[in-house]
Ligand binder design. Structure first.
Ligand code: CA
Length: 642
């Protein structure tokens, strides 16, 4: 079991030790340059490494090995001490609370596990130095537009990693909606230039951690090891390369994390550390049917909710293949928090998207976000609450004046309400209560949000019909919806393929089809959307349309943080302004089929009279005086920035 990595290291350690003693140091068996006699006796220790220099000096190690609870761990390393050792319910776990003082230096040390019978096991552990300061972990904000990617379906840069015989799902079949298609991390990295040129400033790939599940493992939300990249997506090194390359382009990498559940094939499901590690654990261990979440998410806020409804919402399993983690177990709570920090630090992340936000224990989620934001004050987290009710969206955003005193510590929530209203507003007949008034009044709900510009808005995502399908494949309507969304005081997110009119109209609601392969991501694809080869004129037009808006938006302070003023829709025309100093952006939605001369008198308070504005799509210039000619149904974006 003893694994001496290099005999020369021993000699080096001995010589260094004598050197150290002369300098009056403690007699630690290692030094900060990393030379250490390394051991790997323990089956699993998590997190597998840590860093020095965090504000929180505590680290809790999960140690898993046969009857490890019979052992007493010892550490001899300056600045690191064992605060407490906890036995679990299973004899095969120990939880070790370490204190890492400010004086601790980066380096490796051994944890010695001493058994009563005199046996010893040793495990080498590493404390690394942090690669950059905490302030440099800057999260996404309203200056960003996020490109959401389903990695299995975006680009396959390495066909050799498509399948592994030791994993449970071995099929790769691009003709099946729910099979794996082979896309990978390298595929995203290889196309960062395309994403950047389109004008996106952040990427959110759906989860890349291992899902060793027997089927549907491509989506990534049933993780079977929270510390391992799925080899079908690539390696940790490739994930880091993606992060580094994105960062070098000024793009932010957002990691999709799941605190609510794991996959049924998660390694710990065969030997759970505590009796309450997952909810409904006893039923699961007795092979009985577990309870599922009621998915009645309002139970989190409802002042009349019964206890059974509250528990049913948060403790039920999401689906039968996804056990519900019990974040009220303090060891689980630490595990999830440390796991998030491990990934932020390892990848230099520019944000986290947290899945199924209202499903875990909400007090834990508040502590989780607080623990992260304490270490990375410029970071961003967006939580997924699938609700069309602005009151619920507001409840989860930090700073909300909630009656129950709840503060989520969560910077960003998701605007499903606006997503839905945009489609209604543009698709419906104009009337007193229908059509454009839906977004006019929907945006008026911003008064309830602690910070509207930090909320993420999107036309669709990986769980919803493609926006082009939602708009019944009407290009003009789709453009109207997308352009409006991109000028709102929000953080916009678009799903990969929106720019080439990807749709799932043949099978609405079909997740596999929604997550169609991006053309050109696979060698031999007849159409290549990265180069434009084989795209229809309509697809090319949408690509160029979005490219223009996104690239304008990239440098538009008025859109990022300007004041918003909008005017009630009249006769099928709705106008919204974003204003910051000299930059004024005008967005006009016109639902009239025929040309309209828009009387500008009503907009006098904005102060545009006599100014020259440029249409950011056509490049045409107009003088804002008396009236503005609108050429039939559609949207225009004008700017004073010429
Ligand atoms: Ca591949």
């Amino acid at each position: 079991m003893k694994n001496v990595t290099n005999i020369f290291l021993i000699i080096a350690v001995i010589s260094l030790l004598s050197c150290k003693k002369e300098q009056g140091d403690h007699n630690e068996v290692i030094d900060s340059s990393g030379f250490v006699e390394e051991y790997d006796d323990i089956e699993r220790i998590e997190p597998s490494n840590w860093w020095v220099g965090f504000k929180n000096p505590k680290l809790e190690l999960l140690v898993k090995d046969d009857h490890i609870s019979d052992a007493t761990p010892e550490i001899s390393y300056q600045g690191v001490s064992i605060d407490k050792v906890h036995k679990a319910d299973s004899p095969n776990y120990l939880f070790i609370d370490l204190l890492i003082s400010e004086s601790a230096k980066p380096g490796k040390f051994n944890i010695t596990f001493k058994f009563e019978n005199g046996e010893e096991k040793k495990q080498t552990y590493e404390l690394k130095s942090r690669e950059k300061s905490a302030e440099e972990y800057v999260g996404f904000d309203s200056s960003d537009v996020v490109y959401l990617i389903t990695p299995d379906r975006f680009a396959n840069a390495n066909p050799k990693n498509d399948t592994y015989p030791y994993l449970k799902e071995t099929d790769v079949n691009r003709s099946l909606d729910f099979s794996r298609h082979g896309g990978d991390i390298k595929g995203i990295t290889a196309h960062l230039d395309y994403i950047e040129e389109m004008g996106f400033t952040a990427i959110w790939p759906s989860p890349l951690l291992i899902n060793d599940m027997p089927k549907w493992s491509y989506h990534g939300y049933a993780m079977t090891d929270f510390y391992q990249v799925d080899p079908r997506f690539g390696t940790l090194q490739e994930y880091r390369e993606l992060a580094d390359k994105a960062r070098s382009k000024g793009m932010k990498l957002i990691m999709d994390q799941v605190a609510n559940h794991c996959g049924l094939e998660h390694w710990w499901m065969k030997d759970l550390p505590f009796k309450d590690w997952v909810n409904h654990q006893q039923k699961f261990e007795n092979n009985e049917k577990v309870s599922y979440s009621t998915h009645r998410r309002t139970a989190n806020q409802d002042i009349y909710a019964s206890q059974i409804d509250k528990n049913g919402m948060t403790d039920g399993w999401f689906v039968d293949a996804m056990p519900d983690l019990n974040q009220r177990n303090p060891f689980m709570a630490n595990y999830i928090i440390q796991n998030s920090i491990w990934w932020i630090e390892n990848l230099g992340l520019g944000g986290i998207r947290q899945d199924t936000y209202p499903y875990p224990d909400k007090d834990f989620m508040s502590n989780w976000a607080a623990a992260i934001m304490k270490e990375y004050q410029n970071f961003s987290i967006v939580g997924e609450e699938w609700s069309y009710n602005p009151l619920l969206i507001a409840y989860w955003q930090e700073g909300a004046n909630n009656k129950d005193g709840y503060d989520s510590n969560l910077k960003s929530t998701m605007d499903f309400a606006m997503q839905s209203l945009i489609v209604q507003a543009i698709s419906e007949e104009e009337n007193w209560n229908s059509g454009l008034v839906k977004i006019y009044e929907g945006l008026a709900n911003d008064f309830v949000y602690p910070s509207p510009k930090d909320i993420m808005v999107f036309p669709d995502n990986h769980d919803m019909d493609r926006v082009f399908t939602q708009f019944k494949e009407n290009i003009a309507n789709t453009k109207m919806g997308l352009s409006y969304l991109l000028v709102l005081p929000r953080i916009p997110q678009l799903y990969y393929g929106t720019e080439i009119l990807m749709q799932n109209s043949a099978k609405p609601g079909d997740h596999g089809l929604i997550r169609t392969d991006f053309p050109g991501g696979w060698e031999g694809d007849p159409v290549n959307a990265f180069t434009g080869e084989g795209l229809s004129d309509e697809q090319k037009d949408m690509q160029s349309y979005l490219k223009k808006i996104l690239n304008y938006r990239k440098n538009s302070k008025a859109i990022h943080e300007g004041k918003t003023v909008h005017f009630a829709p009249v006769n099928g025309v709705y106008v919204l302004f974003r204003i910051l100093d000299e930059e004024i952006v005008v967005h006009v939605l016109n639902k009239n089929e025929n040309p309209v001369d828009l009387d500008l008198k009503r907009f006098e308070e904005v102060g545009l009279e006599g100014k020259t504005l440029k249409n950011i799509i056509s490049g045409e210039e107009v003088i804002w005086k008396d009236s503005l000619k609108l050429n039939g149904k559609g949207s225009i974006i004008l700017t004073t920035k010429i």
